[in-house]
Design a binder for this molecule. Structure first.
Ligand code: ASP
Length: 293
C-alpha cells in the first residue's frame, strides 16, 4: 500500500486571515505526517503541526468558552478498532497525544475534565496554557458585545448564540486521516470547539461516530457545527457508506445529507484502498495532502 495522508484545518463560509499561510501549515502538517511509520503516528504528527499554530482552533490558539478558558477535545480512532479520546482539557499542548495515551494505556475510550487533566499529568504531559493574546482580546470584545446586546442578546440566552454562529460560520478545527504502508488507517481530530461555548460543552470531535470515526472500511475527520454533526452521527454514516462507495463519493453523499438538514460541515477521509477524499457543505475548506497518486 502507498502511504498517504490528508489534513484539514477547519472550514466555513469564508476564510478569515491569509489562506496562503493556512495552506502552507496544512502542507507542512501533511509532510510531517508522512514521517510516521504507522497510520496512528502519521495522524498524530500531522495534527501536532496544526495544534502548535495559533491560526487554528486546535490547542495553541484554540477559541475560548464564555468563561475565557480553552476546553480542548481530541480523538484518535483506527480502522482496526482502537479508540482514545479526551474532552475539556484546559492546560495541554498536544491533546491528540493525550487521546493516543488514553487509547494505548487505559481500558477506557474517553476521559473528560479534571480526570483527563490528571491522566495527562501522570503520563508526563506538562501543563501548558493554550490561550493566545489575540484570542483573549477577541474574547473580551465578544463578551462586551454580548453584554451590551450590540451583536447578540445576553449570554444567559445561550440558545440564541446559534444565530451568532450562523452569522460567522467559521470553524478552524484540525483533523487528519492517513493510511500506512501496511494498509492500516486512522483518523484524528483536535479542537477547541466553538467560540463562547458554555463551559463543559463537548462537541462532535471526541465523540466516536460523530466528528471522528473509523471502521473496517475507512476513517474520517469532520469540522463544522458540532451539535449537528453529533446529532446525525455523520462520521458513522460516512464510514458505513465506504462499505460500497469510494471515499470521495461516500463523503459527498454524507454532505448531501448534512445540507438537507441545514448543517454546515466539512469532512475528509481515507478508505481501505487508500483513496483520499474531502467534501464540504458550503463555503470553503482547505486541505493538505501528501503521498497520494
Ligand atoms: N466541530 C467543532 C465543534 O463543534 C468545531 C470546528 O469544527 O471547528 O466542536
Amino acid at each position: 500500500m502507498r502511504k498517504s495522508i490528508i489534513v484539514h484545518g477547519g472550514g466555513g463560509r469564508a476564510p478569515t486571515g491569509p489562506t496562503g499561510e493556512r495552506q502552507s501549515v496544512l502542507d507542512r502538517a501533511a509532510a510531517a505526517g508522512m514521517r510516521g511509520r504507522t497510520a496512528v503516528e502519521m495522524v498524530e504528527l500531522a495534527v501536532h503541526v496544526v495544534e502548535d499554530h495559533p491560526m487554528f482552533d486546535s490547542a495553541t490558539g484554540a477559541v475560548l468558552t464564555l468563561d475565557g478558558e480553552c476546553e480542548l477535545d481530541a480523538c484518535l480512532m483506527t480502522g482496526d478498532g482502537r479508540l482514545g479520546a479526551v474532552a475539556g482539557l484546559t492546560r495541554t499542548r498536544y491533546p491528540i497525544s493525550v487521546a493516543r495515551a488514553v487509547m494505548e494505556k487505559t481500558d477506557h475510550h474517553l476521559l473528560v475534565g479534571s480526570g483527563a487533566t490528571r491522566f495527562a499529568r501522570l503520563n508526563g504531559f506538562p501543563d501548558y496554557d493554550p490561550r493566545t493574546p489575540e484570542r483573549v482580546a477577541y474574547w473580551k470584545r465578544l463578551r462586551r458585545d454580548l453584554r451590551l446586546g450590540t451583536d447578540r442578546p445576553d449570554f444567559r440566552f445561550w440558545k440564541k448564540l446559534r444565530f451568532w454562529h450562523r452569522k460567522y460560520g467559521l470553524f478552524e478545527t484540525c483533523g487528519a486521516c492517513a493510511i500506512d504502508a501496511r494498509g492500516g488507517f486512522a483518523a484524528a481530530t483536535s479542537t477547541g470547539g466553538i467560540w463562547m461555548k458554555l463551559p463543559g460543552r463537548v462537541g462532535d470531535t471526541p465523540v466516536p461516530g460523530a466528528g471522528t470515526c473509523a471502521n473496517a472500511f475507512g476513517a474520517i475527520s469532520a469540522t463544522g457545527h458540532g451539535e449537528g454533526v453529533m446529532r446525525h452521527a455523520f462520521g458513522r454514516t460516512a464510514v458505513e457508506l465506504m462499505r460500497r462507495l469510494p471515499c470521495q463519493e461516500a463523503l459527498e453523499a454524507t454532505i448531501r445529507l448534512a445540507s438537507k438538514h441545514g448543517i454546515e460541515c466539512g469532512i475528509i477521509g481515507v478508505d481501505r484502498r487508500g483513496r483520499l477524499g474531502a467534501a464540504k457543505s458550503a463555503g470553503w475548506m482547505q486541505v493538505g495532502i501528501a503521498g497520494a497518486r
